[in-house]
Design a protein. Structure first.
Ligand SMILES: C[S@@+](CC[C@H](N)C(=O)[O-])C[C@H]1O[C@@H](n2cnc3c(N)ncnc32)[C@H](O)[C@@H]1O
Length: 176
């Protein structure tokens, strides 16, 4: 499947109905949106789409955390900003210690191995029957045709693909 600029943030939100805990792996690292006129700054997208959710945005790079704070500080109201938790931390470490139930788990940072380890860590305690997973950059070299190993891992954990744009893959638990 070719690369599509359709984003699935809204689809993920609609599958959850009322998401309360969102994990956003990979903070906003650039002052310039990836795709002007559409979503690209993931944390901003989640904050605007899901007004009741606490959003944990995680990045191993302190500069990305700083940029993200700047971008969001300039674009969100005080109330919206109070729902964002910034973590300068490796995504796998974060997911290993995070024990709350996750409504939406979004992967846009940790790379293939980190995503695989992070997914298994989350699956061991934080992912529930209603959890939604959104993978980004599935068409980068290691993710040709959406067949990244982490997608196979998610399938083996009982997730199924509900939408695949080539670039993003949205998954839910099969039993739903
Ligand atoms: C594509 S950018 C994220 C873009 C952001 N989600 C957005 O929409 O603007 C990927 C980010 O992942 C971060 N990253 C890479 N490996 C990581 C890891 N193991 N844990 C956490 N963050 C990581 C990088 O520092 C980079 O800032």
């Amino acid at each position: 499947m070719g690369r599509s600029h359709e984003y699935l943030f809204e689809d993920a939100k609609n599958l959850c109905i009322d998401p309360r805990v969102i994990i956003d792996l990979g903070c906003i690292k650039s002052n310039h949106p990836k795709a002007p006129g559409s979503y690209g700054w993931s944390t901003l997208a989640w904050a605007k789409l899901c007004p009741m959710a606490i959003i944990h945005t995680v990045d191993i790079d302190p500069r990305a955390v700083r940029v993200s704070k700047g971008v969001l500080g300039a674009r969100l109201s005080k109330g919206e900003l109070s729902r964002i938790r910034f973590h300068k931390e490796d995504a796998v470490r974060f997911l290993k210690r995070f024990s709350q139930e996750i409504d939406i788990l979004y992967f846009d940072g940790p790379g293939e191995q980190g995503s695989r380890e992070g997914l298994h860590a989350a699956a061991s305690k934080s992912l529930q029957l209603s959890s939604v997973i959104l993978f980004d950059d599935c068409d980068l070299p290691e993710g040709k045709d959406g067949r990244r190993p982490v997608i196979a891992d998610a399938l083996s954990l009982g997730f199924v693909t509900v939408k695949d744009t080539g670039r993003q893959v949205l998954m839910i638990r099969e039993s739903l």
